[in-house]
Design a protein around this ligand. Structure first.
Ligand SMILES: [Zn+2]
Length: 211
């Protein structure tokens, strides 16, 4: 793909409405059999509201915080990693480790994105710094889910039936992801939707010259 085509594709993505990205995120993570009690629209709507409530709550509590100060407000450590573990197949940008109360920032992937931005002349649309902040806010939301009793996105369970008698609950990852994406969008105040950055990451990682 040549430079201009990539730019065109990313511009198209930038012009998509938020509604598009909400469904995109939901569909990626929702198990097919999940929607027994609530409709997809209901789950998305409640997840977005949850993100908004948390955004308002913490913006009020920690007004004026710089992006770098946010993890400390939640007593979270930030680990800067420059390699992938052998077992890590997925190329992530950030990771939340609840037991270690740590957010891992993956600079190997971030550096690839930065190279890709420069090589393809996309500096006017994207920045590595903005992407890093968005990824961090996303993981902070997952932490908020663990410290907020009864939060919708984490407490929401899907009932699955096994045979006739047994049923078990599994949490809906899609609800959690929709909310985390929305929270990061609100926190970053970026013109660029977090999902467009995700597309950028995919492009950068699939770009032959950089692998
Ligand atoms: Zn997530």
């Amino acid at each position: 793909m040549i430079c201009n085509e990539k730019r065109k594709q990313l511009l198209e993505d930038m012009n998509r409405p938020d509604r598009f990205w909400r469904e995109y995120t939901f569909n990626k993570d929702a198990p097919n059999s999940a929607l027994l009690q609530e409709s997809k629209e209901e789950i998305i709507e409640k997840s977005i509201q949850t993100a908004m409530v948390m955004y308002k709550k913490y913006m009020k509590a920690y007004a004026g915080c710089s992006p770098e100060e946010w993890p400390a407000r939640f007593s979270l450590e930030v680990e800067h990693r420059y390699y992938y573990e052998q077992y890590e197949i997925q190329k992530y940008i950030a990771l939340y480790l609840p037991l270690k109360k740590t957010i891992v920032l993956q600079h190997k992937a971030l550096n690839k994105v930065q190279e890709f931005i420069v090589q393809n002349d996309l500096c006017d649309m994207f920045s590595e710094e903005e992407m890093r902040h968005i990824a961090m806010y996303h993981e902070i939301f997952h932490h908020i889910e663990t410290i907020t009793p009864e939060i919708y996105t984490a407490s929401r369970m899907i009932k699955k039936r096994l045979f006739w008698v047994f049923s078990y609950n599994t949490s809906c990852i899609a609800a959690s992801e929709v909310a985390a994406v929305e929270f990061s969008r609100l926190m970053s105040q970026s013109d660029c939707h977090p999902c467009v950055y995700e597309r950028l990451l995919d492009m950068a990682l699939n770009d032959g010259r950089l692998n």
